[in-house]
Design a protein around this ligand. Structure first.
Ligand SMILES: Cc1ncc(COP(=O)(O)O)c(C=O)c1O
Length: 509
């Protein structure tokens, strides 16, 4: 197994005098920095920068990229994350200078195309959600959740119902749901799932009441199961005076098939970086727009992109000119929730993707994603346990309970998959499934890849039975093996520390 020393940092490479470029001789008088920069900020000696050739730098970064797993490298069935292939053409469009080089302080007259794109994207998302208006500002799903809950709060306050301080959340929910509710100042009330893996309507009736501000739900839920009682659930919450929040992280299962607004939801967030063509997983920018029912529109964050017509002659047609503008004049708005207008280039990709797919194409996305998940589930359920044996939507959750009895955990299975060049499924989530392995194949994989995954999962199940030690110590073919994940997450060492050995131990260990 390789350790970090086999892959030195740039700071540890190179030699004095080595260069990646040569500047021409200075042909103007050189000027001292003294007088330009206060003396206390001037270095007494040069910064300890590595001296490297261009080729060394290229090899370093190429080497690093080859150690990484991405959807462009292999199968990535990470449940709940929708790690699908994102068409490269959308990357090209997002890098057009007319989009990429815009400055957020440019006058509106010079960014009409960008504003039009945002206005139209808002309309498309509203159509997909079955709701009335949207804001594109939130930077991630969790940020959309917080924004949506702030709108719900503003709505209740506007009706003199500030006493509504509870948000109901099922026990299968994604962790960001209760976190967002708590961050917004709400008390989280958990509602149990029933034996079919859905919200128990009886349990829900017991927890709704005059303090209910709303319910947060993802549908299909994190088990990949469609909440079949959604209309009853919606009625119960609305009758109690609460609103319904839809966590749209799982929207890949329902595009063009059904709409959250029609199910009774009042606020919906979409993860553009999952469903609508922005590569993610490496911590890059995301986007979590929210669409809302008309009752919540007055509270939307500022600015909202609006369209108006003004007198003029549109290219000799005799018609008025249309112009787009940013509306800040919204007295009931919750205010600004993000610098400027959101992550614009993620919007460009989503816009291009939605236009390219069209309504039929989007429907096909969901049909294929659901078909792929059901295919895998049918092939794997004899070798692994499955708690809720029903037709699933875009993902499903296996349990490694049987393997655990032989000393092999869900984590061991996930690690063993890496040896086969496949990314692991999400493990230990949702919390209500013991030894959970959450698998989301997405619509973009071929049947051959799905079959290969089945073969590998069946082989691992057999190994777990016949040679459990082998699975327990996997992976064998990756550059690093079993890391101390808690230490890595709690005390990451992400900067060079002047030559101290950072590879083996965290800073203050
Ligand atoms: C079901 C669900 N809800 C919410 C989120 C939060 O989205 P984000 O990571 O963009 O904040 C996720 C992300 O994985 C999710 O899977």
């Amino acid at each position: 197994m390789a350790d970090r020393k086999d892959f030195p940092l740039l700071m540890e490479l190179g030699a004095p005098g080595r260069r990646a470029y040569l500047l021409p001789e200075l042909d103007v008088p050189s000027r001292s920095l003294e007088g330009l920069i206060p003396v206390e900020y001037l270095r007494s000696e040069p910064a300890p920068l590595p001296e490297l050739s261009e080729l060394e730098v290229v090899r370093h970064y190429t080497g690093l990229s080859r150690r990484n797993h991405g959807v462009d490298v292999g199968f990535y069935p990470l449940g709940s994350c929708t790690m699908k292939y994102n068409p490269k053409v959308n990357e090209d469009l997002a890098s057009y200078p007319g989009f990429a080089n815009l400055h957020p302080y440019q006058p509106e007259a010079t960014v009409q195309g960008a504003l039009q794109l945002m206005h139209e994207l808002e309309q498309y998302l509203c159509e997909i959600a079955g709701l009335d208006r949207a804001t594109l500002a939130p930077a991630a799903g969790a940020h959309g959740e917080l924004t949506g809950l702030m709108l719900i709060k503003a709505y209740h306050e506007s009706r003199g119902e500030s006493h509504r301080d509870e948000i109901i959340i099922p026990d299968s929910a994604h962790g960001t749901n209760p976190a967002s509710a708590a961050m917004c100042g709400y008390k989280v009330v958990e509602v149990a799932s029933n034996e079919r893996g859905c919200v128990s309507v009886d349990a829900l009736r017991k927890v709704v009441g005059p303090r209910t501000a709303g319910l947060m739900l993802t549908n299909p839920n994190t088990l990949g199961l469609f909440e079949e009682d959604i209309l009853t659930i919606s009625e119960i919450v609305h009758d109690a005076g609460g609103l319904l929040y839809y966590d749209g992280a799982n929207a890949n299962a329902i595009l063009g098939k059904c709409r959250p607004g029609d199910m009774g939801f009042d606020v919906v967030h979409f993860n553009l970086h999952k469903t609508f063509s922005t590569p993610h997983g490496g911590g890059g920018p995301g986007s979590g727009p929210i669409a809302v029912r008309d009752t919540l529109v007055p509270f939307l964050p500022v600015p909202v992109v609006e369209k108006r017509s003004r007198p003029g002659d549109a290219v000799g047609t005799g018609k008025n000119l249309e112009e787009f503008y940013l509306d800040y004049d919204r007295p009931h708005s919750i205010g600004k929730i993000k610098g400027f207008y959101g992550n614009f280039l993620v919007m460009v990709r989503a816009y291009a993707y939605i236009l390219a797919m069209g309504p039929k194409g989007l429907r096909q996305v969901s049909e294929d994603a659901v078909l792929a998940a059901n295919y895998l589930m049918a092939k794997l359920k004899s070798a692994y346990d499955i708690l809720y044996d029903r037709v699933c939507k875009h993902e499903f959750v296996l349990s490694a309970k049987r393997q655990k009895a032989n000393g092999v955990t869900a984590r061991d299975i996930a690690k063993r998959l890496l040896d086969y060049g496949m990314h692991a499924p999400t493990v230990y989530f949702p919390l209500i499934v013991e030894e959970a392995l959450m698998i989301e194949p997405t619509e973009t994989e071929t049947k051959a890849t799905l079959d290969e995954f089945v073969e590998v999962m069946l082989a691992i199940a057999q190994e777990a039975q016949e040679a459990p030690e082998k699975v327990r110590h996997a992976p064998y073919h990756t550059v690093v093996g079993r890391l101390d994940e808690t230490l890595a997450a709690r005390r990451p060492v992400v900067r060079w520390q002047g030559g101290k050995d950072m590879g083996a131990k965290a800073e203050d260990e």
